[in-house]
Ligand binder design. Structure first.
Ligand code: ATP
Ligand code: MG
Length: 560
């Protein structure tokens, strides 16, 4: 895919260009390194667009590498979903999918190399003691009593760890760096832990697992990654990343670059928190259309192009910020405005009887699929004596400047005639239950004689309408930053009305929609046929986004 939407300039792209021009690298190689312990979310999309986008822009390649060093939290379904999501976004990784676990043998050898050189030791301290000995930001750490074991003894103990001769937590392997370093990451970090767990890739083969820090840079080096791009929280790990590469006979010398992670308003993008929403049944799985996961956004109706466009709009910097979710809505709206065919669907039906249309009358209008896209063809729109309009398009006592339907007023039925409301029928509770209107047959495709009719409303023929289930989604959280208060419970900020399911009436063209078809329901919003629940004769539509563009309007205000 060579789409210029993934090549906006940023400081990392500038760095890559300079490295290539200066001959420091012949080809650029990047990687996207998810841990398979959850589904990918919109923050990951930022990283994906950056890593794969750079490879595309400079004719290099990008690997998909699962960072699978923790067998306890990882699962096959996450591996499958991640592959699917990256592909769906429109990116292609180089060669086969890779796994850090593919390199366990090499990593183990390198750990032995560190031991032989006196750069690593087996420690008997428990996790709590290690933390205590490590010191704080203001106090240096203290050496473990086991720090000066000989390489020979360490090699034997490490071999025993590997053979499963110790229990979990009884021993660890640590790099021997500097217990007094101002950077806590360099105070003898743990590089191997004992885990008596089965691993989704390597099975029962290993009783010891490398830490993220030990596996990551070395995996980069094995793959010939030139630019190892990660988020800012790894900045303080960079000296450690470099230390390993300098102390090991690695085949290449990758460099790490950091950028600010994406924070999106009204959203949480921590896998742990997203998992909580799933586990507690607050949402209907990882791909619930309210989730900020790629799978959820796909189900909601986002297109790959809109997500890539969004990632381009937000840019890549080293400054942390909160991105307005309206920008994301803007990105999908502008895609669907151009590319989604139109349809009419009445979400809050009010019956209208057209009194001067005969009982058995049926007529069809040939209507454009999209006002600006003749390639989208036309659709047949039937009209009969009874129609549904939206209850919100009628007011018994309208305020000034209300141009929709009201007693003794006229309005145009979209794509059809002007009608006049002659009579309002109420039910026993006094609610409006039906309108009696008359059609002006002289108004098809032309203005009525001697008067102006400003309002246009959508409608469907009652005899032809098909029942449509509509799922209106709203933000999952009520506040801009649900997890700003670190000690607080982000679940307190849930929006209780983030999902509203309604039965609507749609025009007949919607009867047999394919799952994932996207439409603009005129005057309402953009909708996508649910991938799982849409069946022939039973369309289920997820509201992707409403029509009103809060972000574009705010931009206009700023500009003016
Ligand atoms: P965890 O908390 O489980 O580590 P993670 O979100 O860091 O979660 P990873 O699977 O380790 O998940 O992430 C893969 C890559 O995506 C990493 O390079 C990470 O830096 C990047 N990434 C994760 N979250 C964001 C985000 N919000 N914005 C940009 N990049 C992100
Ligand atoms: Mg991570």
């Amino acid at each position: 895919m060579s789409d210029e939407s993934t090549s906006a300039p940023n400081f990392i792209r500038t760095q890559v260009r300079e490295d290539l021009e200066a001959g420091r690298n012949q080809t650029v190689v990047t990687r996207f390194p998810p841990e398979p312990n959850g589904f990918l979310h919109i923050g990951h999309a930022k990283s994906i667009c950056l890593n794969f986008g750079i490879a595309e822009q400079f004719g290099g390649y990008c690997n998909l590498r699962f960072d699978d060093t923790n067998p306890v939290r990882e699962e096959q379904i996450y591996i499958d979903s991640i592959r699917e999501d990256v592909t769906w976004l429109g990116f292609e990784w180089a060669g086969e999918v890779r796994f850090a676990s593919d390199y366990f043998t090499q990593l183990h050898e390198w750990a032995c190399h560190l031991i032989r050189n006196g750069d690593a030791y087996v420690d008997d301290l428990g996790a709590d003691e290690i933390r205590e000995y490590r010191g704080t930001l203001t106090e240096p750490g203290r050496p473990s009593p086991w720090r000066d074991r000989s390489p020979e003894e360490n090699l034997v103990l490490f071999e025993q760890m590997r053979n499963g001769e110790f229990g979990e937590g009884e021993k660890v392997l640590r790099a021997k760096i500097d217990m007094a370093s101002p950077n806590i990451n360099l105070r003898d970090p743990v590089i191997y832990r004992i885990r008596h767990a089965s691993h989704h890739q390597s099975g029962e083969q290993w009783k010891i697992y490398p830490s993220y820090d030990f596996a990551h840079g070395q995996s980069d080096a094995i793959e010939g990654v030139t630019h190892s791009i990660c988020t800012l929280e790894f900045e303080d790990h960079r000296p450690l990343y470099d230390w390993f590469l300098e102390h090991l006979p690695v085949p290449a010398r990758p460099r790490q670059y950091e950028f600010a992670r994406l924070n999106l308003s009204y959203t949480v993008t921590s896998k742990r928190k997203l998992r909580m929403l799933v586990d507690r049944g607050i949402v209907d799985g990882w791909d619930d259309p309210r989730m900020p996961t790629i799978a959820g956004m796909r189900r909601r109706g986002y297109t790959p192009a809109s997500i890539r466009h969004f990632c381009d709009m937000i840019g890549v910097t080293r400054a942390d910020s909160l991105v307005d979710i309206q920008m994301l809505y803007h990105a999908i709206r502008s895609d669907l405005e151009d590319n989604a065919p139109r349809a009419m669907c009445v979400l809050k039906p009010l019956k209208v009887v057209l009194t001067n249309v005969p009982e058995d009358h049926e007529e069809h209008f040939e209507v454009a699929g999209h006002p600006a896209r003749s390639d989208m063809g036309t659709r047949r729109l039937p009209l009969s004596r009874e129609i549904w309009i939206d209850a919100d398009d009628f007011m018994e006592e309208p305020p000034k400047k209300y141009f929709r339907l009201a007693p003794e007023r006229e309005v145009r039925l979209r794509n059809a005639y002007v009608i006049r409301c002659d009579e309002v029928i109420h039910d026993a509770q006094g609610e409006v239950s039906e309108l009696r209107c008359s059609v002006d047959f002289e108004t098809l495709g032309k203005n009525p004689e001697g008067r102006k009719v400003k309002g246009v409303i959508h409608w469907v023929s009652a005899a032809h309408a098909i029942p449509v289930e509509v799922r209106n989604y709203d933000n999952l959280f009520q506040v801009e930053q649900p997890d700003r208060d670190r000690d607080g419970d982000f679940l307190e900020h849930l929006n209780e009305s983030s999902l509203e399911v309604i039965q609507a009436w749609g025009e007949p063209a919607l009867a047999d929609v394919a799952p994932e078809s996207r439409y603009q329901f005129e005057r309402v919003g953009y909708f996508c046929a649910d991938r799982h629940d849409t069946r022939p004769e039973h369309p289920v539509f997820n509201r992707t986004v409403s029509l009103k563009d809060g972000w574009a309007r705010a931009q206009k205000r700023q500009d003016s």
